[in-house]
Each structure stands twice: as structure tokens, then as C-alpha cells.
Design a binder for this molecule. Structure first.
Ligand SMILES: Cc1ncc(C[n+]2csc(CCOP(=O)(O)OP(=O)(O)O)c2C)c(N)n1
Ligand SMILES: [Mg+2]
Length: 630
């Protein structure tokens, strides 16, 4: 039964502190004004909220359970006093994605709060996206009691201690708050993990059920703040001079711009122009160089493009920047067939030395790229590259023509739909153009939607597209919309999703409405998990269990949620454009359902231009990898 008791002394003191930090604008400010004492006796739960606030974390995504009621009570009081904000969600995977998107898209650090066990494990699974894309997020999970009075429901059922801590430490870094006074150390480690300059990731705080309400004395002045780190670069010029000489000498240079180049648009452009290099993008780095820039060869890799993969295969010198060489990006290690040497700019020593025969330029991408560009400009290093760049331009023109034919394809008769429907590339292109027209951010889900998407987008700068290619987590894009619920300045976004991906996280329909998100979901429905059907056909000539026979009326499904505007986008290109306009006019979440073709028609796909070490291709790929020197 829910009863309302008068507020306890503990809660009243907590409320006074929450009010003090809210009114002062922060902990340091409250200390400076004398509104809070330096030493505070409180519970671990409140100490954690204060500690996170010291690092600028005031936003929480939560699904509470018996494993987090004490923390939930703190967050309630802090929210009532305007000190923190918490949004409740319907699925932990979804909220982990939302928190990842809030940091990735908006740069805002938040915390995910779950119960113990199933909720925690779901959020943990979702945090793979943060880990794979180097996005810092705090995850706070309930954990088993430290007295060991008996098994806790939902703990890992073994006679061993610290198991959730061990599990989470495999994916990121974790700290079990077994001893409340360990909080200061936990938050010092967490601050570096979630704010790491080039290898940020999820930091897991395991909060035992019985230590949450345990008393602790904290020194507010000593709680670790967000670290301020200087940018690092090579101390002398030796390696930069060596790299500049290699670039000046080579006739064919390719830059591989990985996800780490995001946001370094100006430096990458200057370096590319000074080097006379063809720039090959990774799936996650579209926009780093404007699409129409003559040296932009589009994506290269396992899926790739005609021009991107051409530049990779033909380059004699490879300049890798901010890439960790994920299989999709470098054809499982065999994409650079003629490269004789590598120059690698990366903050991480391991990534900088990923390839053999490497001159490693370790440090901040922007700083190192600028220093190298200055040397190349002085040496007029680009002057012997015009034949190379013309050859690349011809390939780019071919790729443009290849795509144009597919975008112009009229609807095709489809077996599952029993009527003509647009092919996915043509439909995605229409939605991309619409996004550009209205200035919307594009979020891409997994599958063919994602692969076609990164082959199609024509971005001008970093940040126009977020495609979670690190983990390629189905359901990421739709869940990412919920990140805007806590953003200071939310931006209209369109989530491009497949029928398979959407159904992984349809909770967004409810959460986006509840938390006032404005945005659009476009479901490209081919009645199957086509990316996998495609792989099965390409490898084994047969599909297996990648579709089902159950028709779903997504328009009706979405419109059953109050506040969602659901629109049918079938019937060809013009109808889709009209549907997008209608959807966009809705002041909230809208869903556009687009039936798309699945089948053998060649013009219905954008092709795969590189190799991949999967399925029955492994023997060939590995054979090539062993023989090459890179
Ligand atoms: C959570 C999760 N489960 C499984 C996969 C493996 N997977 C990658 S793409 C894909 C199918 C995607 O289907 P859909 O969203 O309908 O897009 P389509 O390929 O049909 O365009 C699957 C199963 C994944 N990436 N993520
Ligand atoms: Mg599908």
C-alpha cells in the first residue's frame, strides 16, 4: 500500500543540501558561499549523487528496482529541488543507448541507473555501444549485499563475491562500492574512464543493496572533478619529418579517416589537401570531409564503395588517422593491397601500431595533423599526386553514376508485399535528402539500413550522421532519440531503422512521448532481417530463418501510443516525400512506415566492394592476410 509519511530527518537534510547546490549552481559554488559544509555525513547513495555532480553529471536515465530504491529516493529529492533530472525508461538496453547518444551527439555526460541482475545485465549489454564507439557513460547497477546473509534474488547464483564487478570490468572499468568511503577513489577512476580523450567508455559503479543506505563521511572539496587534460603530441619533429618525407615521395597516398577524426574536420581537410591524398572514410566518419570535396572518395571497407575501395587498394602509402582497423573499415585487414608503408596518427599506442611498417604519430589528431600539414605545405608535397587524384576522381564519378541509377529505380514488385514497393537505397536517399532539407540529424540502425545508409549519406560536416557502426546494435538508432529527452538543446533527429531493428526497442514510442522528444522514426520494412539474408545468400546460396510470416501493421501499432503520429509512406517516391512532410509537421514523435523491396534485383542494392573475414570467405581472406606484409 502506498502511504505518505512525514519526511524523515535524513530526507530533510538531504533536501536542504539539494536545495543548496541547486541554488548555488554546483557543489564548488555552494562550498564557496558557505551554503554547504566541507564534510558531510550522509548515505553512500547521496554521496554518489553529490560526487557525480562534482563532475558535472546531473542527468539520469533510470529503471528502478529493489536493487536501487535508496538511490531512487535521493534522485527524487534532488529532482524536487531542481538539482538533478531523472527520466524513467521502459527498457534498459534502450536507456543505455539513450545515454550513449546524449554523450555522443550532445557531449553531455549522464548516468544509467538500474536494479540488480536482469535490469543491470540488459543495460550492460546496451553499454557495448558506448564501449565500441568510445563514448563515456556512467552505469550504476544494484549489487548483492556485502554481509552475505544469504543469496540475494537476482544476484549471480554462485558462492563467489564480486561477480557483477568482474563481469562489467571485462567490457569497461568497474568499481564495487563495497566500502562506502571508497567512493572518492571510484569517482577518480570513473572520471578518467568516461572523460578519456581517445578511449572513453562506460564506467560501472556497482552499488550493493546494503551499502546504498550506509552512512559515510565525505569531503566535498576532495571529491574528484572532471579531469582537464592537455593535448599531447610528439615532443620533437623527427617522426613528423620522416612522415612528411614519405608522403612527399609517394605518388599515391590514401588517408583512412576513422571514427576518431570526427570533429577534426578542419585539420583533416588541411592535411588531405597538403598531402594530395585521396581520403577514404569509415562508416562512422562521413562528413569529416565534405561529400563533394574532390578528394573525398566516400566509404571504403567490406561494404565500401567503388571509389573508396579503389583508393584503398591502389594506394602505395597509407595514412591512417583515428582508426582502430575494424573489419568493416579495412576489409578485415586486407584492404590495402599495394601499400608499402603506413603513417598512423592516433592517441592510443596500440591503435597507432596496429599495422606493420608504421611510422606512429602518437597524439591528438588535430594537433598532429596540423603540424604534419604545415610541413607538407612547405615541401609542396602534393605536386606529384595529380595523376593519382584524377584516377580517383574517375572512380568517384563511376560511384556517383552507380548510385544515381539505383536512386532512380521505380518501385519493384515484391513477393512479401504482393505489390510494387521502393527499393531500400532509393527510399533511404529520399529520407536523407529530406533530413538535409530540414536540417535534421540522421541516426542509423543496424542491418542493410545502416550499410546502405553509410554508402548513401552526403554529409558536409561531422555530426550530420550518427551511425553506430562500432557494435552495430539493432535498436540503437530509435533508442538514441530518447537521448534528446535530457539534452540542453535538443535537435530534431530522424532515426532510420529496419523492421528487425525497430522491434528490438519499440519502447521508444512510449518514452519519447513521455519525455517530450521531437523526432521521427522511419521504418524501412522489408519483412525480414535482410542484411543477414543477403549474407546467407552470398555465402551459402540459401536463406535460413531470417524472416517470418507474421505481417505487422506498424502504422497501427505506432498510432496506438497516444502522442505518436503514425504515417504510411508507401506508394512510391512522391508519396514518401509527402508522408515525411506530414510526419515532420507533428510536434512530437512521428513514425513513417515504408515498405521496401527484398529480392534478387541487382539495382535494389548498393553492392559490397571489399572483403570480410566471415563465413565461408574466411579461408580466402586469411590466406591473403598471411601473405601480405602490412
Ligand atoms: C541486437 C542485435 N542482434 C543481432 C544483430 C545481427 N544483425 C545485424 S543486422 C541484422 C538484421 C537487421 O534487420 P533490419 O533491422 O530489418 O534491417 P535490414 O537488414 O532488413 O534492412 C541482424 C540480425 C545485431 N547487429 N544486433
Ligand atoms: Mg528488415
Amino acid at each position: 500500500m502506498l502511504t505518505r509519511n512525514p519526511e524523515s530527518d535524513n530526507d530533510r537534510h538531504m533536501r536542504e543540501r539539494a536545495r543548496a547546490v541547486a541554488q548555488a549552481g554546483g557543489i564548488d559554488e555552494a562550498l564557496a558561499k558557505g551554503a554547504l559544509p566541507k564534510l558531510v555525513d550522509t548515505t553512500l547513495s547521496e554521496a554518489l549523487v553529490l560526487g557525480l555532480m562534482k563532475q558535472g553529471v546531473r542527468k539520469y536515465f533510470a529503471i528502478f528496482g529493489h536493487g536501487s530504491t535508496d538511490l531512487g529516493n535521493v534522485l527524487r529529492i534532488y529532482e524536487e529541488e531542481g538539482a538533478t533530472r531523472t527520466v524513467n525508461c521502459r527498457n534498459e538496453v534502450e536507456m543505455a543507448h539513450a545515454a550513449t547518444a546524449l554523450r555522443w551527439q550532445y557531449g553531455e555526460l549522464s548516468a544509467v541507473v538500474t536494479s540488480i541482475g536482469p535490469g543491470a545485465l540488459q543495460a550492460f549489454a546496451g553499454s557495448l555501444a558506448a564501449a565500441s564507439n568510445s563514448v563515456g557513460v556512467y552505469h550504476i547497477y544494484g549489487d548483492e549485499t556485502t554481509f552475505g546473509e544469504g543469496y540475494n534474488m537476482q544476484q549471480v547464483p554462485k558462492e563467489e563475491q564480486g561477480l557483477f564487478g568482474r563481469l562489467t570490468a571485462v567490457l569497461g572499468q568497474s568499481y564495487v562500492l563495497h566500502t562506502p568511503a571508497g567512493l572518492r577513489d571510484a569517482l577518480r577512476r570513473g572520471a578518467l574512464c568516461v572523460n578519456h580523450p581517445y578511449r572513453a567508455g562506460p564506467f560501472y559503479l556497482l552499488l550493493p543493496l546494503n551499502t546504498q543506505p550506509a552512512q559515510v563521511t565525505i569531503n566535498l572539496a576532495a571529491l574528484p572533478a572532471r579531469p582537464e587534460l592537455p593535448k599531447l603530441a610528439p615532443a620533437d619533429d623527427a617522426s613528423l619529418d620522416a612522415a612528411a618525407a614519405m608522403i612527399a615521395k609517394a605518388g599515391k597516398v590514401a588517408i583512412k579517416a576513422g571514427g576518431g577524426t570526427r570533429g577534426h574536420d578542419t585539420a583533416i581537410r588541411r592535411l588531405a589537401e597538403a598531402a594530395g591524398a585521396a581520403v577514404v572514410l569509415s562508416p562512422g566518419s562521413t562528413g569529416v570531409l565534405p561529400d563533394a570535396h574532390p578528394q573525398n572518395m566516400h566509404v571504403g571497407g567490406s561494404k565500401g564503395s567503388i571509389s573508396g575501395n579503389y583508393a584503398m587498394a591502389e594506394a602505395e602509402l597509407l595514412l591512417v588517422i583515428g582508426s582502430r582497423g575494424v573489419c568493416q573499415a579495412d576489409c578485415s585487414g586486407i584492404g590495402y593491397k599495394k601499400a608499402e608503408a603506413v603513417i598512423n596518427i592516433n592517441g592510443d599506442l596500440g591503435d597507432a601500431l596496429h599495422y606493420n611498417k608504421t611510422v606512429a604519430l602518437v597524439g591528438d589528431i588535430g594537433i598532429v595533423a596540423d603540424r604534419l600539414a604545415a610541413k607538407l605545405e612547405a615541401a609542396a608535397a602534393k605536386k606529384n599526386k595529380s595523376a593519382w587524384l584524377s584516377a580517383c576522381a574517375a572512380e568517384k564519378a563511376e560511384w556517383a553514376e552507380f548510385k544515381r541509377k539505383r536512386f532512380a529505380l521505380p518501385p519493384l514488385q515484391d513477393a512479401a508485399w504482393g505489390k510494387p514497393v521502393l527499393a531500400q537505397p532509393a527510399a533511404i536517399k529520399i529520407v536523407c535528402d529530406f533530413a538535409k532539407q530540414i536540417g535534421a540529424t540522421k541516426l542509423f540502425d543496424a542491418g542493410d539500413v545502416q550499410a546502405n545508409g553509410f554508402q548513401i549519406v552526403e554529409d558536409e560536416r561531422t555530426g550530420e550522421t550518427y551511425t553506430e557502426t562500432g557494435a552495430s546494435y539493432m535498436g540503437f538508432a530509435v533508442s538514441a532519440l530518447v537521448g534528446a529527452a535530457l539534452a540542453e538543446k535538443p535537435k530534431y533527429a530522424i532515426a532510420f531503422t529496419g523492421d528487425g531493428s525497430f522491434m528490438m526497442n519499440p519502447q521508444v514510442l512510449i518514452d519519447a512521448v513521455e519525455h517530450g522528444v521531437r523526432g521521427m522514426i522511419v521504418i524501412f520494412d522489408n519483412r525480414r532481417m535482410a542484411a543477414i539474408s543477403g549474407l546467407q545468400l552470398a555465402q551459402y546460396n540459401r536463406e535460413f530463418r531470417t524472416n517470418d510470416s507474421v505481417a505487422v501493421d506498424y502504422v497501427q501499432l505506432a498510432s496506438s501510443v497516444s502522442g505518436v503520429l503514425s504515417v504510411c509512406g508507401e506508394g512510391g517516391a512522391d508519396n514518401l516525400r509527402t508522408a515525411l512532410k506530414t510526419a515532420h509537421s507533428h510536434d512530437g514523435l512521428s513514425v513513417v512506415h515504408v515498405p521496401v523491396y527484398a529480392g534478387p534485383e541487382e539495382l535494389a542494392g548498393l553492392g559490397a566492394w571489399g572483403q570480410w573475414n566471415v563465413g565461408n570467405w574466411c579461408a580466402d581472406v586469411q590466406d591473403a592476410w598471411i601473405k601480405q606484409d602490412l
